[in-house]
Design a protein around this ligand. Structure first.
Ligand code: ZN
Length: 287
């Protein structure tokens, strides 16, 4: 029997069996196994997609997030704050952040890391925190669509504590279990239509979701590694982009179907804007 990473209570299997919910708190997880090391290098993420319209949405949201970080993260000595981007992929967030922060990225896919490095960005190939020096510290560590893929989330947050300056920040940008699309997919799964629920968890992907966080579970997880939840924000339109990516990057969805779904999602966007946000950003501060 596995235990809840947020509160240590037993987890129970949901429907389907790989879906886990805590018997005591709001945490949701999965027993899905990442296969990222078996994935062909070069990955599923296509650098060419930078030029599609939905990538522009993602860039806009990175800009929004960076506005918040610029007004939140500072250094007493007035120096440029140091930012670590864990799972930086093609370095889009690093590029956006580089005017305001001294930026370092970590990327496990060696081909992607190499390509991003070739564009002049400081990227280390490998995993967090293994590729850091033991005494290396940052002012802020960012996980953009990354923390929900990491099985041992407590070890990762402890490592963040070790590699942050006093008063440093962890930024968790992740899908929310309270989001409208996630709740809708759960409802559909209960009546026998599991497709969108499986897609939300990225079932069958090289690196599926192993957690679905909300504010309560993030707060509990943060406290375990001596962080306090200082603020949060939502990025509603990324849900559209995220859904599209989940469609687009799945090799088994035909292009025509992916395009039709993306169009439907785009049409639904104004409605999604007034519903519970599917993407939240939590800012945890080292005590
Ligand atoms: Zn729990």
């Amino acid at each position: 029997m596995s235990l809840c990473p947020a509160c240590d209570a037993p987890l129970r299997s949901g429907l389907p069996a790989w879906h886990l919910t805590c018997t005591a708190c709001s945490y949701e997880g999965s027993s899905l196994q990442p296969h990222i090391l078996e994935q062909a290098t070069g990955g599923d993420l296509d650098e060419a997609s930078r030029h599609d319209g939905l990538a522009a949405l993602r860039q806009a949201n990175f800009a929004r997030l960076l506005e918040r970080l610029a007004s939140t993260v500072s250094r007493k000595d007035g120096a440029v704050p140091r930012l670590l981007d864990v799972g930086c992929a093609h370095g889009w967030f690093m590029e956006a952040a580089s005017g305001r922060f001294d930026v370092v990225g970590i990327e496990p896919d060696s081909a992607v890391a190499e390509a991003t490095r070739a564009r002049g960005l400081s990227v280390r190939g490998g995993f967090f925190p293994d590729v850091l020096e033991g005494d290396e510290t940052f002012d802020v560590i960012v996980f953009n669509d990354v923390l929900e893929h990491i099985p041992d989330v407590n070890a990762t947050l402890r490592a963040c504590h070790d590699h942050l300056v006093p008063g440093g920040w962890v930024v968790v940008n992740a899908p929310s279990r309270k989001g409208f699309l996630y709740r809708l997919s759960k409802l559909l799964a209960r009546v026998g239509m599991a497709g969108s629920f499986e897609r939300m968890w990225q079932l069958g992907f090289p690196s599926p979701h192993v957690h679905y966080f909300d504010t309560d579970s993030i707060e509990r997880l943060g406290r375990r590694s001596r962080f306090e939840l200082a603020s949060r924000m939502s990025l509603p339109s990324v849900a559209v982009r995220g859904l599209y990516s989940r469609i687009r990057y799945s090799r088994d969805v035909p292009v025509a179907k992916a395009a039709a779904l993306a169009t439907a999602v785009t049409v639904a966007r104004p409605l999604l804007a007034v519903l519970p946000p599917d993407i939240e950003v939590w800012l945890l501060r080292k005590a």
